[in-house]
Design a binder for this molecule. Structure first.
Ligand SMILES: NC(=O)c1ccc[n+]([C@@H]2O[C@H](COP(=O)([O-])OP(=O)(O)OC[C@H]3O[C@@H](n4cnc5c(N)ncnc54)[C@H](O)[C@@H]3O)[C@@H](O)[C@H]2O)c1
Length: 336
C-alpha cells in the first residue's frame, strides 16, 4: 500500500484524512499542518496517525510515496513543485495553481520525473456527474445548446483568491468534462464588495462556437445557497440540483420544433413547443471524495493516468486566468 502524507488540515483536509484513513488505515498516513490546533483536532479522531507541523519534513520523509496538498490556493505551486522534485506523486486541491505558467511547470515536471499528478476536481467522481456524462455522450440530450450554472451562497471568504478561482473550478471542471474542448473565448463580469481587490460576485461566460454557450454565476454574497446547473440539448434538457439529495438529476423531454412560415409569410419561422415526460435516474450513494482517494491510490499502484490529471488541471487554470483577465478588461472577450 502506498504511504500518503496530507498537508493542510483546515476545512477540507480532515475530509481527505477521513477518506484516506478509511482506505489505508492509520499506518500509511502522515498528516501535517503548521497550526498545532489543527493537528490536535486530527489526533483526537485518529490517535495512531503520524503528525508533523513541517511540510518540509513531510515532503522529504523517505517513507512517504505521495503527497496530498489541501492548503490555500497560492501555496499549491511551491508545495507541489517541492514534492515532485523530492520524488513524490501529488494530489492537489483545486485550483491546481494560481497562474498558467505555474500549472504548466507542474505538468512538465511531473512528466519528466514520471510522477502521478492529479487534481481534486471532486465533482467528476460524483455519481451525478458520471450519469450526466453518460447521458450526454450517449446522445440522449442531442446536440448541446447551452449550460447555465449557479453556485451561490453566503460564502466562506478566501483571502488569497477571488470567488472565480475558488468556486468556478467546480462548474468549469464539469463543463470541460462534458464538452471535451476549450471554449474559443471567455468573457467575465466581476465585482468586489467586501475586499477591494477580490471579486466576490462574478458571471463567467464561455463561447464554444457552433451555437454552444455556457454561463457560470459564482457569488459569496447570496442570501440563499444554490448549486444548480441546466444543460440544454436539442432533444432533451437536464437539470442538476446538487442540493436535492433524493433526485439531483431531472431529465426533461421538452424542447422546441422550428419550422418555416406558410406561403404568405415565408420570412417568419414558427416555433412549436414540445413538453413530454420528466424522469430522474437512480444514482448509487457513493461519496465523491472517497472515489477521489480510491482513484489516486489506484493510479499510484498501477501507474495509470488519473481522470483529472495535470493536463485537466492546467486547462481549468487557463480558463480561470482568462476569466480574471476579462474581469480586469471590464468584461472584454478573451480569446483562447
Ligand atoms: N474540492 C473541493 O470541493 C474543495 C472544497 C473546499 C476547499 N477546497 C480546497 O482545499 C484547499 C484548502 O481549503 P480549506 O477551506 O481547507 O482552507 P483552510 O484555510 O481552512 O485550511 C488550510 C490549512 O492549511 C494550513 N497550511 C497552510 N500552509 C501550510 C503549510 N505550508 N504547511 C502546513 N500547513 C499549511 C493552514 O494552517 C490551514 O489549517 C484550497 O485549495 C481549497 O480550494 C476544495
Amino acid at each position: 500500500m502506498p504511504s500518503i502524507g496530507i498537508i493542510g488540515l483546515g476545512y477540507w483536509g480532515p475530509l481527505l484524512v477521513r477518506n484516506f484513513h478509511a482506505l489505508l488505515g492509520p499506518n500509511f498516513l502522515t498528516c501535517c499542518d503548521r497550526d498545532p490546533k489543527q493537528l490536535e483536532n486530527v489526533q483526537k479522531n485518529y490517535p495512531q496517525v503520524r503528525l508533523t507541523q513541517s511540510s518540509e519534513e513531510l515532503i522529504h520523509d523517505s517513507i512517504i510515496d505521495a503527497v496530498v496538498i489541501a492548503t490555500p490556493a497560492h501555496t499549491h505551486f511551491p508545495l507541489a513543485k517541492q514534492a515532485i522534485l523530492a520524488g513524490k506523486h501529488v494530489l492537489i486541491e483545486k485550483p491546481m495553481a494560481t497562474n498558467v505558467a505555474h500549472a504548466e511547470e507542474l505538468v512538465e515536471l511531473a512528466e519528466s520525473k514520471r510522477r502521478v499528478l492529479m487534481v481534486d476536481h471532486v465533482y467528476l467522481y460524483s455519481p451525478a456527474v458520471r450519469k450526466i456524462k453518460q447521458l450526454v455522450d450517449s446522445g440522449e440530450l442531442g446536440k448541446l445548446l447551452f449550460i447555465d450554472s449557479v453556485r451561490i451562497n453566503l460564502g466562506l471568504f478566501r483571502r488569497d483568491v477571488n470567488v472565480v478561482w475558488d468556486l468556478a473550478p467546480h462548474d468549469l471542471s464539469i463543463v470541460d468534462h462534458l464538452i471535451g474542448r476549450l471554449p474559443r473565448s471567455v468573457a467575465t463580469f466581476g465585482a468586489c464588495h467586501a475586499d477591494r481587490d477580490l471579486e466576490d460576485v462574478a458571471y463567467v461566460n464561455l463561447d464554444f462556437g457552433e451555437g454552444l454557450i455556457a454561463s457560470i454565476h459564482v457569488n459569496w454574497l447570496s442570501p440563499v445557497k444554490m448549486r444548480h446547473m441546466i444543460i440544454g440539448g436539442e432533444r432533451k434538457s437536464l437539470v442538476f440540483n446538487d442540493l436535492q439529495l433524493d433526485e439531483p438529476i431531472k431529465v426533461y423531454d421538452s424542447g422546441i420544433h422550428v419550422r418555416a412560415g406558410d406561403v404568405e409569410d415565408r420570412r417568419r419561422v414558427l416555433v412549436d413547443y414540445r413538453t413530454g415526460d420528466i424522469w430522474s435516474p437512480h444514482l448509487p450513494r457513493t461519496e465523491p471524495l472517497r472515489e477521489v482517494a480510491r482513484h489516486f491510490i489506484e493510479c499510484l499502484e498501477t501507474g495509470s493516468r488519473p481522470l483529472t490529471d495535470g493536463a485537466s488541471g492546467l486547462r481549468l487554470v487557463r480558463l480561470l486566468e482568462a476569466a480574471e483577465r476579462s474581469i480586469k478588461a471590464q468584461g472584454g472577450r478573451i480569446t483562447l
